[in-house]
Design a binder for this molecule. Structure first.
Ligand SMILES: [Zn+2]
Length: 285
């Protein structure tokens, strides 16, 4: 429903895409205890038993539902996606009937105390997606995309803002860490990179791609600690502090002076004014 509302699903084939898995994971973590694990490989094929959902095999494969799918790798290997009954899809495309059906699902299958979290998550997903598009559009313009977000409902704005920023940055860097180049994306939709602000958001209020970097956990921490930075020619800087005392910086030292990984379009490259701020305020030279 969210991907239809966002305009990401426009035809009658629901693929097990990264965005679908990511959306599913978002709902899961909104209502389940921290640390509980799941895989969309379970519900995706099981919906077929409800009668409106029809799995489409990849060429050369046959779907025997009783086989089940033990992992997303297996699901994607066998299954191209699913088709819905056309009458249902037509209802889901219309905002009014879609939101009505959403409430029927939530009220039928979920306990009263977790319903608000599900309703909120759906609103956050759609606004976050629209915000990520806004960030691409406004990359060059003087207008601050924050103005656009300020017009959204306040109770969802903070979550939607950070989710939308992450969506935009991770997509621009294609899940690759700008500093070390590592790219790991699990079949369950977990990515090694996080979206980092170059000038902290608290102080800059700037979510534009020119103030963002996709960074792996290690590089994100090192960047925020001032142990890594980016130079005037977009080369990786590593602070001499990582070599002091008992530290064992490992592969970090091999990154020195290598060019960082940047989005294809120069328009979205990190701004030197932001990197300069980080070099002066945070980087430990
Ligand atoms: Zn990294």
């Amino acid at each position: 429903m969210d991907l239809i509302a966002e305009g990401q699903i426009t035809r009658n084939l629901i693929e097990p895409s990264f965005d679908l898995v990511d959306t599913f994971n978002g709902y899961w973590s909104a209502v389940m205890p921290p640390g509980s694990k799941t895989s969309m490989a379970y519900p995706f094929p099981r919906l077929q038993t409800d009668g409106f959902w029809h799995l489409i095999p990849n060429p050369g494969h046959e779907i025997r539902y009783t086989d089940g799918f033990r992992s997303m790798i297996r699901l994607r290997e066998i299954c191209a996606g699913a088709k819905m009954d056309a009458e249902l899809l037509a209802l889901l495309v219309q905002p009014e009937s879609r939101e009505h059906l959403r409430m029927v699902l939530i009220n039928t299958y979920f306990a009263p105390e977790i319903r608000p979290a599900l309703i909120k998550q759906g609103r956050v997903n759609v606004v976050a997606y629209q915000y990520s598009l806004e960030l691409f559009d406004k990359a060059e313009a003087i207008e601050d995309p924050g103005d656009w977000m300020d017009r959204q409902e306040p109770e969802i704005a903070a979550s939607a803002r950070s989710q939308g920023f992450k969506k935009a940055i991770v997509q621009l860097y294609d899940h690759r860490c700008a500093l070390c180049g590592i790219r790991i994306l699990t079949p369950e939709g977990h990515t090694i990179v996080e979206a980092a602000h170059i000038r902290p958001w608290n102080e800059s209020k700037d979510d534009r791609p020119t103030n963002g970097l996709a960074l792996c956990r290690l590089c994100h921490w090192s960047f925020d600690e001032g142990l890594m930075g980016v130079g005037h020619e977009y080369e990786v800087l590593v602070s001499t502090r990582v070599r002091t005392d008992q530290n064992m910086p490992g592969h970090m030292l091999t990154l020195v002076d290598r060019l960082i990984f940047r989005p294809n379009k120069q328009l979205f490259w990190p701004g030197q004014e932001n990197l300069d701020y980080h070099r002066r305020q945070t980087f430990k030279n």
